[in-house]
Design a protein around this ligand. Structure first.
Ligand SMILES: Cc1cc2nc3c(=O)[nH]c(=O)nc-3n(C[C@H](O)[C@H](O)[C@H](O)COP(=O)(O)OP(=O)(O)OC[C@H]3O[C@@H](n4cnc5c(N)ncnc54)[C@H](O)[C@@H]3O)c2cc1C
Length: 501
């Protein structure tokens, strides 16, 4: 259907979680002549988790003209330099590594030496290729320094955030309403369609009929419009991402606020620890095929030192996968309604932002027809699949063998051809970064990120101990880089100080 009906006069968003309110804010900011209405169900509520982001949340706030200082204090938010992965590898010296965000301007000074030493290490030379030695963000995280430098510092750093998801939802709801978005409480029980199968109206349990020209499905795992009404197919990722449940609980925050998320591998999954201004948010993401919910809760309590505490735990189920089409007819799905790749890299908000922002571009370029529906769906699918491959790689190349869960993940061959080729390149290419670029395999992550993970796990052949090789030059270069990083670090305030400004 290529015919354009012109810019929608009225858009109805179904769902008032983070995804729904993000969509409402972006639409209301950019399409001011369109009436935006959001309906949400008090009975169903929101999922209420999701407290870490990538730098895309900054892009989102920039797009709606909201500064850090406006929303962060309201949401108990802190800054995030990246993620420390603890216990995913048992290789000596590689039990933990830090993953910085992509595309920093100082990378030009640090990344070449990282790749040079990775290649040397791949040939068996005894050089230090642990990623923590090579990035300013690792230094900042280790020293609890925030990501915003002094004005005179020449490099820009991308950063993410940690935040209270309920408070973020409230902030976004208020902001959207200040932009003119109409908020309605009600539960949609029926959706009507016209003769072409397009959506006409959402009908609430009290009989209210909410008509619109275009609909945004932000109904969470319910996926009320895109899957239940329009019957768009769903592709599960379960065969390569085993986790399907989580248990969540808060704990007391340390005085000095960390600037990183911690992702610690446990017996049958992993636990996040996210620092907010008033508490740590914690959760254990696990596979119910390997451990039951009660055992997982006990293990999380043990991990947090809360075994004998009466702090309440919340249990959640989750589906991993994505819809085949995110935009179909006059409906766009955003957030959990369109899919979810478990939270290891905290990418859900990034995908929601990309989905809404890209949709607005494609729709507008096609004069508000469905001309670019296929191109858009391919674009979003490749973003989902690229992130999925990156997350799967954490499991596939894990270096633990202590439980069936980790052994089965390592032995799992149901991974994509792309991921297979990336792992092959890591093992055999004399120029991993260059070959990744040339083969266009990187997906949503840079070669640097792939290398951080694989080098961070210590996925290297054994080192040789050839006494005729002099390694002092390598060490000299690393020492010089570490000195450069330390001096860069002098331009950054402590995280606590940054937040108190
Ligand atoms: C364990 C876990 C950890 C996560 N961690 C992260 C993270 O660190 N970072 C990140 O970016 N993301 C994370 N996520 C994902 C994140 O929680 C979601 O992407 C985010 O909260 C957005 O959710 P949503 O708005 O799509 O759905 P929800 O919050 O579930 O909102 C759905 C909305 O739809 C409404 N609704 C549903 N059915 C109806 C109906 N019939 N009528 C009217 N309204 C209806 C509900 O009332 C609600 O308002 C995590 C998810 C899980 C499961």
């Amino acid at each position: 259907m290529l015919e354009s009906k012109g810019k929608p006069k009225k858009i109805l968003i179904v769902g008032g979680g983070t995804a729904g309110w993000m969509a409402a804010n972006l639409l209301a900011t950019k399409w001011q002549d369109t009436e935006i209405c959001l309906v949400e169900s008090k009975d169903i509520g929101i999922i209420g988790v999701g407290e870490g982001s990538t730098p895309h949340l900054k892009l989102f706030f920039d797009a709606i003209n909201v500064a850090d200082s406006q929303w962060m204090p309201r949401c108990n938010a802190t800054y995030k330099n990246g993620i420390t992965f603890d216990g995913w590898s048992t290789v000596k010296g590689f039990e933990s590594y830090f993953h910085p965000f992509a595309a920093q301007t100082d990378d030009v000074f640090t990344v070449p030496l990282f790749f040079k030493n990775i290649q040397a290490r791949m040939q068996g030379y005894k050089v230090d290729a642990h990623p923590d030695k090579y990035f300013l963000e690792s230094y900042l995280a280790a020293n609890k320094l925030g990501p915003l430098p002094n004005d005179t510092f020449p490099f820009g750093l991308a950063y993410g955030y940690h935040f209270d998801s309920a408070l973020l939802g409230q902030f976004l709801a208020e902001h959207a309403q200040s932009l003119g978005v109409k908020r309605v409480y009600g539960t949609v029980t029926k959706v009507s369609q016209n003769n072409h199968g397009e959506l006409n109206a959402a009908i609430l349990s009290d009989g209210t009929m909410m008509e619109a020209d275009f609909f945004i499905d932000c109904s969470g795992f319910n996926s009320l419009l895109i899957q239940k009404t329009l019957k768009v197919g769903y592709r599960s990722f379960k065969e390569c991402l085993f986790n399907d449940a989580a248990v969540v609980m808060p704990s007391v925050i340390s005085q000095e606020l960390p600037v990183e998320t911690k992702a610690t591998a446990l017996s049958n999954g992993w636990a996040w620890q996210i620092p907010l201004r008033n508490r740590f948010g914690n959760g254990y993401v696990f596979s119910s095929d390997y451990i039951d919910a009660n055992q997982a809760e006990t293990e999380l309590r043990q991990h947090l030192g809360l075994l004998h505490s009466d702090v309440e735990a919340r249990h959640l189920k989750m589906q991993v996968g994505r819809v085949e089409k995110h935009w179909y007819k006059n409906c766009l799905a955003v957030g959990l309604a369109q899919g979810f790749i478990e939270p290891l890299e905290a990418t859900a908000i990034a995908l929601s932002f990309n989905t809404i922002a890209q949709f607005m571009q494609y729709f507008q370029q096609g004069q508000f027809s469905n001309q670019f529906e296929d191109a858009f769906n391919q674009d979003i699918n490749s973003r989902f699949d690229g992130i999925k491959d990156y997350v799967v790689c954490h499991y596939k190349t894990n270096q633990r063998r202590d439980t069936a869960y980790w052994r089965d993940n390592a032995a799992n061959n149901k991974i994509s051809d792309t991921l297979n080729r990336i792992i092959q390149l890591w093992q055999h290419s004399p120029d991993f970064a260059g070959d990744m670029q040339r083969s266009k395999l990187m997906g949503s992550y840079q070669a640097k990120s792939w290398a951080c993970m694989l080098a961070g796990y210590g996925v290297f052949p054994p080192t040789s101990s050839d006494p005729s090789i002099d390694y002092s030059m390598h060490q000299h270069e690393i020492d010089a880089l570490n000195d450069f990083i330390r001096r860069c670090g002098l331009n950054f305030k402590s995280h606590n100080e940054l937040l108190s400004n």
